[in-house]
Design a protein around this ligand. Sequence first.
Ligand code: SF4
Length: 119
Amino acid sequence: MKRELTCIVCPIGCSLTAEIENGKVVSVTGNTCPKGKAYAESECVNPMRVVTTTVKTVNGEPVPVKTDRAIPKDKVFEAMKLINKVRIQLPISVGDVIIEDVFGSNIVAVKNVGGENIE
Ligand code: SF4
């Protein structure tokens, strides 16, 4: 079986073709660097995604956050449900852990919000 993919590792967006046999990727073509091959292998067998979203503060202000590493794609919806339940207090600094261990990743703030000398 062949699967056509667009590599999302960098902005070039190479068109990849992965050949899959017995649930395993046996060849990848179209990539112009090794990262594309690794991406295609992961995407076909165990797709992963970094999640970017916001959490609300207790007064309703949104704070941008993301997973600090990719999580399984099929867990993104469950992760979003957990993230949407959270209400946090300000101030928040870049890198603060908002929720620990969400499918192997921490949810971290990506912007300073509230407090002195920060937005
Ligand atoms: S294969 Fe390499 S060069 Fe092409 S989009 Fe992926 S990371 Fe970028």
